[in-house]
Ligand binder design. Structure first.
Ligand code: 1GP
Length: 241
C-alpha cells in the first residue's frame, strides 16, 4: 500500500478530518483485539496507529497481525523504538523528535531502522514529532531524555514546525504526551497550522468529543486518541459514523 499519505493529503484538500485510534502493544492484550477493533470500524476512525514508548520485542508484530484480521483501515506504526518495526503493518511514521536535542531521536535510531526497512513494503512517512509541555513528565520525555517545548514559547513552536517542513518532513505531529492532563491548546494548533503546508497531526490528552472537535476547529487535520479508548470502550459510542 503506497497511498496512505496521498489519502491524507486528499482528505485535507476536501476538508475532511481524520481520526487515528492509537493502540499501545504494551497495554492491549491480543485476546482483546477481536472485541476492540469492530468498535473502531463502527466509529469515525480513519486510521489505526500502533506503538508505544516501552514495548517488548515481538509484541508489535503479533498485535498488528491480529488487528489486521478484523479491519481494512490502514495500520500505521507509531514506533517508540526500532524494535517495533514490522512489515505486517501498512505504513510507518518515520518520526524525528525535533522538539528535542537528543541525536538518537533526531537521526540515530533512523540509521538503525534502515536495515529493518530495506526489504519491507511499509510506506515510510517522514514525520516531525514535537513534544509540547503539558504540566507533567510524559513517557516520551523520560525515554527520549529530552525536554518538551514550553507551551508559552509559541514562536519557537511555530518555527520548529516550519523548520521540520523545510527539511522535507511530510507530516507534523504536535504531541502533548499520552495521558496528558490537558490537550495542546487551540492557539498553538492554529498558529502552527497557519505556518504549514503539510498536514498537521495533534494528539495527547484528548478525552472528549468536545476536545476532539476543538482540535479540528483549531486546525488539526488528523487527531490521535489512545487513552480515552483504552480506559473506556464506550467512548466509541459518541463517535459512531
Ligand atoms: C500519544 O498522542 C497520543 O502519543 C495519544 O495520546 O493516549 O492521551 O490519547 P492519548
Amino acid at each position: 500500500m503506497n497511498s496512505i499519505y496521498k489519502n491524507i493529503v486528499s482528505a485535507l484538500a476536501k476538508n475532511k478530518k481524520l481520526l487515528a485510534v492509537l493502540i499501545d502493544p504494551d497495554k492491549m492484550k491480543l485476546q482483546a483485539v477481536s472485541g476492540f477493533i469492530p468498535k473502531v470500524n463502527q466509529s469515525i476512525a480513519t486510521h489505526i496507529f500502533v506503538g508505544g514508548s516501552e514495548v517488548d520485542e515481538g509484541c508489535t508484530e503479533s498485535l498488528v497481525i491480529e488487528i489486521k484480521k478484523y479491519t481494512d483501515l490502514p495500520v500505521i506504526l507509531f514506533p517508540g523504538d526500532v524494535i517495533q518495526i514490522t512489515d505486517k503493518a501498512d505504513g510507518i511514521l518515520f518520526l524525528s523528535l525535533i522538539s528535542g536535542r537528543n541525536p538518537d531521536y533526531l537521526i540515530g535510531k533512523h540509521v538503525e531502522a534502515v536495515s529493518r526497512l530495506k526489504d519491507s513494503k511499509l510506506e515510510v512517512i517522514p514525520t516531525g514529532y514535537m513534544l509540547i509541555e503539558n504540566g507533567k513528565e510524559t513517557s516520551v520525555e523520560r525515554v527520549s531524555q529530552t525536554k518538551p517545548i514550553k507551551r508559552n514559547q509559541l514562536q519557537y513552536i511555530i518555527d520548529t514546525s516550519k523548520a521540520g517542513e523545510l527539511l522535507g518532513m511530510k507530516l507534523m505531529y504536535l504531541e502533548a504526551g499520552s495521558g496528558a492532563t490537558h490537550p495542546i491548546e487551540s492557539e498553538i494548533i492554529s498558529k502552527v497550522k497557519q505556518g504549514l503546508e503539510i498536514p498537521l497531526i495533534v494528539g495527547g490528552g484528548i478525552r472528549s468529543k468536545t476536545e476532539l472537535e476543538s482540535a479540528y476547529k483549531a486546525g488539526a487535520d488528523l487527531v490521535v486518541i489512545g487513552t480515552a479508548f483504552e480506559q473506556d470502550v464506550t467512548f466509541f459510542d459518541n463517535l459512531s459514523k
